[in-house]
Each structure stands twice: as C-alpha cells, then as structure tokens.
Design a protein around this ligand. Structure first.
Ligand code: G3H
Ligand code: ZN
Length: 292
C-alpha cells in the first residue's frame, strides 16, 4: 500500500508539471489509468466521483481495490481521490477508508460556509488518515465552473470565476492543500473551445503556494494545457473525455468482433487499453512523464 500516498501537495509548483487526475466509473478503468501512467513513468491521480462510488458499491471497495493496485503496480505513485464531495460524513468515511486526497466542494455556498466546511475537512483529513499525519490531502474550490458532470450541474449563468482577492484568506483560514480554480474551463463537452483566462491564473498563482487544480480538462487544447502547466497548475482533472475514449473502444470492439464472440475480456479489454493510451499521452501534455 506504500504507493497509495501521492498527495497533490507533493507537487512543487515551481517544478512546473501537473499530475493528471482521471475519473473512473469501473474497476478495470482504475487499472487502465495506472497502466497508462506506468507506460510513461508518471505519477497519476485516480478520481472517484459520487456516481462511481454508487455504481461500484462503496468507498471501502474502491479503497481496498486501490491498495491491491498499489501492490500490483508498486512502481506507479498514485493518489486515490474523492471528487466533488459535499457530504461531510461521506468525506470523513473516505479518509478513514484510505483515500489519500479528498475534495470538499462547498463552492456553491457563501464564502464563510465554504471556509468553515473546507477547514473542518482539512483538520479531519490531516489527522485521521490510516497513512498517518498528513497522509490525506484536501482540495477545496473557490469560484464555480459551468457545465454538467456526474452530480455537478451549474448553468452558464451561474458560473463564477475565482476571485483572486479571496484566495490568500481562503487558503490560510482553511489549511487546505490544493485549490480548484474557475478560470474559464467547464465540466463536460464544450460547445466551443474554452477561453482560459491566463491573466487570472497568473494573478491567483501569485496569491498562494498551494497546488492549483484545473477542473473540466475535457476539450482543452494541448497548447492550453501546456500553458497552464508552465504557469503553475499542479493537478488537471479529466472526466467526460475519458468516458468517451473507453466507450468508443468498446463500441468498436463489438462492431468488429463476430457475433459468436462473447468473451467480456475481448469487449471491455480494448476499453481499458484505450484508457491507458489516453493517460500516456496526457502525461506528456502535463509534463509529468518521467516524474514518477
Ligand atoms: O472533477 C472532474 C473534472 O473536473 C472533469 O471535468 O468531465 O469536463 O473533463 P470534465
Ligand atoms: Zn470537476
């Protein structure tokens, strides 16, 4: 279980590389993500959404699976992350189960409530991980991305860019390790390419040393990823696009195989392979290949 330990704070912002964080919905996808990272000798973050937990069965099932993956792929440093969680009890349960990074998403709440909830989780996670003090790091969000993904729905009219003047106070009062920022990306597939506000990222980066997190990685052009990383983004989340990569590969397998073929490994196996290839190529964009 030694490898389930990479916290997002392990990335020094001055190093200028980001760890890719990928949503999974099934156990074979978890393995595919780690296999892709191994191909590039890269660290990686496995993200469980609330929908994935419901579908797979429980937080514990996922945490124990991650421990098994760590034993099977000891050369890959990876982090098990709880994504966009809002239920305080569920987040604490994830910490105790062995998640090594949890996100408290109180971004829809007012500033003081967001601070109070984020601080409560930071205090708990830093002291209650089975991996010891600071064995679990904490991500919180300031500002709000538009879009839809899993349990997250925010209308275009409801989005809010991160206010850089609040960043320092938010980080200091909460004690979080990583900050999700809203700088122009959105959750889900984009209708048009996102317009990332790089000047805002620069302003935010000056305010704090904690790891910065880019949500809504699906549809972001390669050059924009590289620019964000060069400017100090440390974690980049990709969800929707990876689902499509998996499903396209499975669909293709079903189309090509004869009807007499019923082996699930031949149907779902190409999905897992396609995921690994996607993680490998994203690791290059994020400049984290070779950083394991
Ligand atoms: O937290 C998850 C991500 O922000 C994924 O966003 O589905 O647009 O790639 P995405
Ligand atoms: Zn997100």
């Amino acid at each position: 279980a030694d490898s389930v330990k990479l916290a997002t704070t392990d990335v020094d912002p001055k190093e200028r590389y980001a760890v890719g964080a990928f949503n999974f919905s099934t156990i074979p996808e978890m393995v595919g993500i780690v296999e892709g990272a191994r191909e590039k000798n890269a660290p990686v973050i496995l993200m469980a959404s609330l929908g994935a937990i419901k579908y797979i069965g429980s937080l514990e099932l996922i945490a124990e699976t991650a421990k098994g993956i760590a034993k099977t792929y000891p050369e890959v440093p990876f982090c098990l992350h709880l994504d966009h969680a809002t239920d305080m009890e569920q987040i604490k349960q994830a910490v105790v189960a062995g998640f090594t990074n949890v996100m408290i998403d109180a971004s829809k709440e007012d500033f003081e409530t967001n601070i109070a909830r984020s601080k409560e989780i930071a205090d708990f996670a830093h002291n209650h991980s089975p991996y010891g003090i600071n064995g679990c790091s904490v991500e919180a969000e300031l500002g709000m991305l538009a879009g839809h993904e899993d349990n997250i729905h925010v209308e275009e009219s409801g989005k809010a860019y991160t206010d850089p003047s609040l960043v320092k106070e938010f980080v200091e009062r909460t004690g979080i390790d990583a900050l999700a920022v809203a700088i122009g990306t959105a959750h889900g597939f984009y209708k048009a390419a996102p317009e990332i506000k790089f000047d805002l990222l620069e302003e935010i980066r000056k305010q704090t040393d904690v790891a910065l997190v880019l949500h809504g990685g699906t549809g972001v052009p390669e050059d924009d990823f590289r620019k964000c990383v060069a400017m100090g983004m440390s974690k980049i989340n990709v969800g929707t696009g990876l689902k499509k990569v998996y499903t396209d590969a499975v669909r293709e397998a079903i189309k090509t195989l004869p009807e007499t073929e019923y082996d699930p490994r031949k149907i779902a196996g190409p999905g897992r392979k396609a995921i690994a290839a996607e993680i490998a190529s994203k690791s290059d964009f994020f400049n984290c290949s070779g950083k394991a």
